[in-house]
Design a binder for this molecule. Structure first.
Ligand code: GSF
Length: 203
């Protein structure tokens, strides 16, 4: 299978961490989503990464679909619970972390526009989503070791990818001060090979 992604995409990182944790072989196809001639458009009409192209040519997107699929590829070491209640709880953490990422990326893109076109209101609206999202993450994590359940699972992968993206792109925002429990979780996740080997290159 081939994973189309950029090395800086936090959604692509979710997939790469899952592939590493599940020890699944794949080929990474580095993809520039802004290239109008990108091969990606043959597989994902939305032109977004990550996109997972299976050996039979089937293309999967977006990242929650890809991660759900990857978890089913090998029968052992499930990272998404199978029973409904814990599964939905994990998927909700994924929606929360992805929502924080969506807001962070909206700000990054807005700030790339010419200064006179940037909207301070829009940036403030997105910042509010990040601030409220982090507070809920911190409150719900409390003093437990993992986001849900008693061991590492998808909820930790998505939160790790979101928090590490904030550090990567918003180094000035010190969420660790307000939410030390999120900082501790991030540090613990950063020690795993799956996270170590997917650190985004400076760009
Ligand atoms: C979001 C993917 C996305 O926005 C998912 O896979 O979970 N809900 C989707 N990817 C960005 C790259 S990045 O910022 O990680 C992307 O492909 N943007 C190109 C575009 O045209 O929006």
């Amino acid at each position: 299978m081939k994973l189309y992604t950029s090395l800086t995409s936090p959604y692509g990182r979710k997939a790469r961490v899952m592939l590493a944790e599940k020890r699944i072989d794949f080929e990474l196809v580095q993809t520039d989503v802004w290239d109008p001639n990108s091969e990606l458009l043959k597989f994902n009409p939305l032109g977004k990464v990550p996109c997972l192209v299976l050996d039979d040519g089937n293309a999967l997107y977006d990242s929650p679909v890809i991660l759900d699929y990857l978890d089913s590829v090998t029968p052992v070491g499930h990272l998404i619970p199978e029973t409904t209640r814990p599964r939905i709880q994990v998927k909700r953490w994924e929606a929360l972390a992805d929502g924080v990422l969506d807001a962070a990326i909206a700000i990054v893109l807005e700030k790339k526009r010419a200064p006179q076109l940037q909207s301070a209101d829009w940036i403030a609206r997105q910042s509010g989503k990040i601030e409220r999202g982090l507070k809920v993450m911190s409150d719900e994590l409390g003093d437990t070791a993992w986001c849900t359940g008693h061991s590492f699972n998808l909820s930790d992968i998505v939160v790790g990818c979101a928090l590490m993206y904030l550090e990567f792109r918003f180094a000035a925002v010190n969420w660790r001060k307000d939410y030390p429990n999120l900082g501790q979780l991030t540090d613990k996740l950063a020690k795993r090979n799956s996270f170590k080997n997917t650190v985004p290159p400076a760009s």
